[in-house]
Ligand binder design. Structure first.
Ligand SMILES: Nc1nc2c(ncn2[C@@H]2O[C@H](COP(=O)(O)OP(=O)(O)OP(=O)(O)O)[C@@H](O)[C@H]2O)c(=O)[nH]1
Length: 457
């Protein structure tokens, strides 16, 4: 009953099973064995009961592709000789259409006082083909990894490096095959704050221990030859079919040169910016100097016209009053002659200061030329301008300047003109103020005159 059951089981198996006696004669075969034998050799099969399997193997071993048969023969003989109880031999077999692969399990057993050898041939062609395809895919993957300009590391669950490509080894100047517990031995610093990366902070450790994915973390590393580099460090956890973390892929990109170039560019840009700012300041100073009277610090004639022309035009458009005061220092030639040019310069500065004190922010005071000054007074009629002019005149007349042991006093004469209907240019207005100034000089100096019709203009 038991042996019938075992026989049925062997027949139901897809694997070819046979029993040899101590001399190698086939004494029993299962259904799969028969099917294989008849499919390959037909009725004349030497694989059937009664044939000597050792002879079959020897004949096959003599053929050109007989290495597999020889290996099987050696295995069976060694089990027969009692050198081992059982063995497993993998061998290829050239079938008419394709090379097939088998593994034969050989085991010795005793039955009713006699020694027998049991053989089970298991076909592993599909597995072998899958393995070959896998090996080919792995070889391709390795070639791709080698061709990549970025470092790629594959780590197992324990954090041991199981593969590192050439670019990766170049980046680190070698590789240290440590586990995550020794990750602190790698020297790295966060680029953002310069802090040393702790053992559990490495992207690889976080990928393996916490399943974290990190992309392009900028870090500075100390390589194994003592040099340092700036790299982009990324890590992705690897998971098996059950979703358990089985390792990690780490990617390093050397950006040392790029960073150096960026830094150079940043410095160059900063230098250019600083130079540009300096240049702008120099230009602004130059422009300011070109429009400021060096001696008195008030606007010069050029700036006066640049600023007063638009004031005049605005007053014309808005029909608001606009006046001009023109004044000069009385008998200034004598002052120069008596006290010298330097004292004359000091007088000019003093006069400008007093005039500045008595004008509003909206008024425009300028040195018109020599000892002559001009004030543009927007939104001011002749009366208002006369008041301002009087304040200036009185302020100057009341001031005294020390020159050695003498005190100098000067006076001014001035003319005021207000914009009138028909005044098409600022020049025309100034001309009228000049005529009023002449009138003031004629009137005996140290006074201000508003322009009058009889003055002309
Ligand atoms: N110290 C000094 N003198 C100047 C400057 N610019 C012009 N002057 C002098 O100012 C004097 C002007 O003289 P004038 O035009 O004859 O007029 P004035 O002597 O003031 O006589 P009135 O204007 O008629 O009162 C000249 O002696 C010029 O040399 C300057 O920048 N510094």
């Amino acid at each position: 009953m038991r042996s019938a059951l075992a026989g049925d089981l062997l027949d139901a198996l897809d694997m070819q099973a046979a029993v040899l006696d101590a001399r190698g004669t086939i004494v029993a075969v299962n259904g799969a064995w028969k099917r294989f034998a008849s499919a390959n050799q037909g009725d004349r099969s030497t694989y059937y009961v009664g044939s000597n399997y050792l002879d079959v193997c020897e004949a096959a071993a003599r053929r050109a592709s007989g290495a597999g048969a020889q290996a099987v023969l050696n295995g069976i003989r060694s089990v027969m000789r009692g050198e081992r109880e059982r063995c497993t031999i993998e061998y290829p077999c050239d079938a008419p259409t394709q090379r097939r692969c088998f593994v034969v399990h050989v085991a010795r057993f005793r039955h009713e006082g006699a020694d027998y050898i049991g053989l089970v041939h298991e076909e592993i062609t599909a597995r072998k083909q899958a393995e070959e395809r896998l090996q080919e895919a792995e070889a391709t993957l390795r070639k791709v990894l080698e061709a990549l300009p970025i470092g790629v590391w594959i780590m197992d669950r324990e954090g041991h490096i199981i593969h590192g490509n050439s670019a990766g080894k170049r980046i680190w100047a070698g590789a240290l095959y440590v586990g995550p517990e020794q990750f602190g031995e790698y020297k790295g610093w966060w680029l953002s704050n310069g802090r040393r990366i702790a053992a559990d902070e490495w992207a690889a450790t976080r990928a393996i221990r916490k399943g974290e994915t990190s992309i392009d973390e900028e870090i500075r590393i100390e390589c194994f030859d003592g040099t340092s580099k700036i790299i982009l460090n990324s890590a992705v956890p690897l998971r098996d079919a059950a979703g358990t973390i089985s390792g990690a892929i780490i990617v390093n990109q050397d950006i040392t040169r790029r960073k150096a170039a960026e830094e150079q560019l940043r410095r160059a840009t900063a230098t250019v910016d600083a130079m540009n700012r300096e240049l702008q300041e120099v230009l602004a100073r130059e422009q300011d100097n070109a429009r400021t009277d060096e001696l008195t610090g008030v606007s010069n004639r050029r700036r006066f016209f640049e600023l007063a022309e638009p004031m005049f035009a605005a007053a014309q458009r808005s029909c608001t009053p606009f006046s001009v005061l023109l004044f000069d220092i009385d008998d200034f030639k004598r002052c120069n002659d008596l006290f010298g040019h330097q004292v004359g310069d000091a007088v000019l500065r003093r006069v400008a200061d007093i005039a500045r004190e008595h004008t509003r922010g909206a008024d425009l005071l300028a040195r018109y030329g020599g000892e002559e000054f001009v004030v543009a007074l927007p939104e001011t009629d002749a009366e208002g301008a006369m008041t301002v002019a009087e304040h200036i005149r009185q302020g100057i007349a009341a001031s005294r300047l020390r020159a050695g042991d003498r005190e100098i006093g000067v006076t001014i004469s001035g003319g005021v003109a207000e914009m009138q209907v028909g005044d098409d240019t600022l020049d025309r207005l100034i001309r009228r103020a000049d005529q009023a100034l002449y009138a003031a000089k004629d009137a005996g100096r140290n006074c201000i005159r508003p322009h009058a019709a009889e003055d002309g203009g």
